[in-house]
Design a binder for this molecule. Sequence first.
Ligand SMILES: Cc1ncc(COP(=O)(O)O)c(C=O)c1O
Length: 399
Amino acid sequence: MFSAALEKWLLEKIGAKKKDGSYKTERVIAGPQGVEISLAGPAGHALNFCSNNYLGLSNHPKIKEAASRALESYGFGMSSVRFICGTQDLHKELEDAASRFLLTEDTILYSSCFDANGGLFENFLGPRDAIISASLNHASIIDGARLSKARRLVYRYDDAANLEARLREAEDSEIKVVATDGVFSMEGELAPLAEVAGLCEQYGALLVVDDSHAAGFIGENGRGTAEYSGVHEKVDLFTGTFGKALGGASGGYISGKREFIEWFRNASRPYLFSNSMPPPVAAGAIEALEIVSGPEGADRRRQCMENARYFREEMKSRGFKIKDGIHPIVPIMLGDARVAGGMAESLLDEGIYAAGFSYPVVPEWTARIRVQLSAAHHKEHIDRAIAAFEKTGRKFGAI
Ligand SMILES: Cc1ncc(COP(=O)(O)O)c(C=O)c1O
């Protein structure tokens, strides 16, 4: 029964979130995802600088065509999990395409990367094993690790010496797994994978990399952060999403050693007990991989990285505080939560949509506005954003 006490508790919790600034509201986009978006309500049109649409594929005509062809010939949904009657040739095709793209032996699909990470650890790790997790890892890795009975250790995400100390601590564990995001999404920083992979080799640990914010556009061929760091073949399992650069719809994967994937098909709970990816989404993701693997993908990658470089340099030259890096996630460090929140609102008044983040999403006094560049941004868009940042930055005393 929904009691008065529970209602009171819920309302108090919601009230506390509103008070501490962590309450989340959702802006409504009345139209497709893209650079120029229409926001429902008074905000009107805006330039979007906060989506994960890194390659600008979310509304790509070829992907939409592939999805609508699949809708006609394969229908809307599967009404089944994969192992009962939910596997179409499309799902196998997407798994093969992902393996070819990532140069891995096999791939297993999930409804999301959250599910992929949630279903990764629990089925093969027990109390005698250890998961060593980077401190800024995505919530889904943290939750996946919590679901397992393995010992859990955390290392500072950018500190190889600290990882080595944790590996030493876990030396007695039977299986050791180091799990890291390829890109830490609040920082726009790449994991130090060359060092991490070297340590995994030295201490006999498996390496799992979640490349959700890298697959498709980081590295020469877009294979991700391990390709960028020259250690692609040293990663045992990659996880990632089709919900960001690779089409932007939804779906996730684990890709790697054949035996692992075969085991996951038999023992990974979010795969076994959740519906198949919808056929139009699978077909769209196949087309996204096709684009990313060809010359158009290479052009889009170059454009995305060039846009990131340009924005980073111009903003720095205007006095904004930005961590060094190459990634199209660019956090503008502001410190005070009120400045980040106020500036984000003022930016929207200038037609620039970028999200402010503050505690508890990021540590206290490290509030920021996180800008995300896309291959679909033109120089004029970026220049407008920079001008708006300059104007609002002065107003709020950030520069
Ligand atoms: C590093 C990382 N892993 C996993 C996910 C979850 O991906 P999905 O949206 O496919 O569940 C995200 C998305 O925010 C992410 O940033």
